[in-house]
Design a protein around this ligand. Structure first.
Ligand code: NAD
Ligand code: UD1
Length: 346
């Protein structure tokens, strides 16, 4: 029997490339579609180096219906892992149309073509940002998906909403082959593959904490700005649930295996269930890299919340998934990648 083939949209990107490694190592065949708008093909060369396996790469946009049709005609796809999307919060506020076009319309085109070819299994990269600003710090999946504070977050909430309607339509038409959809709400993915060959390679100055800190540690950036030290948290700095990207990638494999068991569309948090503050992250970097991290406290960043972390219980119960790596692993692996590739894939 031939291996099941998975279409990975955005597979050349940070999380997608780690998912490709796990898929190939688990014996799946992989087809990647990526327009390389925020990635380099070198990441896929490294995926092949890590796994000793080849994947099919199609350089194309998910908004290109014909390119998608060609893929589904040429390959018997079992399921889609849908990572392709734009993710810069600030840019999304400046260019909302670009974000809705890419993330929302792109998913519409993808699901339309999937439906035409009878491929009705999809795992979607969502985000804890869809919860907006709830009155709790520990997020469970039954919180309302409401009040995302920027177009990026809204685009994720819109796609979730849209996807939920597909199995409803199947039920109305009594489809014998209904959609099976898993929404994975990531908390804060960090870290890199243990080989140091693949990792996060942001364009320009990073917006997110860990890529910024690691570029300070490697000497590319001078000083970190800590956005606020007067939050009602253990040390006043913002607290987030950081999750190792390899744990996250493995969560997608578990989700793939769970697809047949679920009915309709289900959302799961992927997080560790524990938060760390910005100052704790800095301290961990200093301890593991042996470098001192220069930082200054500045004003809070607009749109930031004090603290959040996942309740990851549902993912444990229904996907049999939980994080295996700890903060030291996350920092050590980030550092191995960053120090071996100070300029990313260039
Ligand atoms: P990334 O930018 O590294 O990867 C996304 C990939 O998709 C890139 O390779 C990019 O070139 C590609 N892409 C974008 N638009 C495309 C299009 N229209 N057609 C084809 N390819 C396209 O980002 P990532 O960190 O790997 O994130 C993957 C997914 O997870 C995204 O949907 C993101 O919104 C979501 N997510 C990420 C985080 C995070 O912190 N990294 C958190 C929550 C959710
Ligand atoms: C951000 C996005 C979120 C997105 C996620 C992953 C915002 C408001 N939220 O989450 O929608 O899903 O990235 O892409 O942009 N920090 C500093 N100094 C820095 C950078 C960050 O102190 O230079 C602090 C932040 O205030 C926060 C923590 O570090 O407390 C983590 O920030 P970041 O990595 O940007 O992630 P989020 O804000 O959680």
């Amino acid at each position: 029997m031939s291996a099941e083939k998975i279409l990975v949209t955005g597979g050349a990107g940070y999380i997608g490339s780690h998912a490709c490694v796990e898929l190939l190592q688990a014996g799946y065949d992989v087809v990647v579609i990526d327009n390389l708008s925020n990635s380099k093909p070198e990441s896929l060369v490294r995926v092949a180096k890590i796994t000793g396996k080849v994947l099919n790469f199609v350089e194309a946009d998910i908004c290109d219906k014909q390119a998608l049709r060609d893929i589904f005609s040429q390959h018997k796809i079992y399921a889609v892992m849908h990572f392709a999307g734009l993710k810069a919060v600030g840019e999304s506020c400046e260019q909302p149309i670009k974000y809705y076009q890419n993330n929302v319309y792109g998913t519409l085109v993808l699901t339309e073509v999937m439906q035409q070819f009878g491929v009705k299994k999809i795992i979607f990269s969502s985000s804890a940002t869809v919860y907006g600003e709830p009155n709790t710090v520990k997020y469970t999946e039954d919180l309302p998906v409401f009040g995302a504070t920027n177009p990026y977050g809204k685009s994720k909430a819109m796609v979730e909403d849209m996807l939920q309607d597909l199995p409803v339509a199947d039920a109305l038409s009594k489809s014998r082959d209904p959609w099976k959809i898993i929404l994975l709400r990531y908390f804060n993915p960090i870290g890199a593959h243990i080989s140091g060959l693949i990792g996060e390679d942001p364009n320009g100055i990073p917006n997110n904490l860990v890529p910024y800190v690691s570029q300070v540690a490697v000497g590319k950036l001078e000083q970190l700005s800590v956005f606020g030290d007067d939050y009602p948290t253990l040390d006043g700095a913002g607290v987030r649930d950081y999750v190792h990207v390899v744990d996250l990638a493995k969560g997608h494999l578990n989700a793939l295996q769970a697809l047949n068991k679920i009915t309709g569309c289900k959302a799961y948090n992927l997080g560790a269930g524990k938060g760390y503050s910005v100052l704790e992250i800095i301290a961990a970097f200093e301890r593991i890299t042996g470098k001192s991290i220069s930082y200054k406290i500045v004003e809070r960043r607009v749109g930031d919340i004090a603290e959040n972390y996942a309740d990851p219980g549902l993912a444990l119960r229904e996907l049999n998934w939980q994080t295996e790596k700890n903060l030291d692993d996350m920092v050590a692996d980030t550092w191995r990648w960053q120090s071996a590739n100070p300029n990313g894939y260039e």
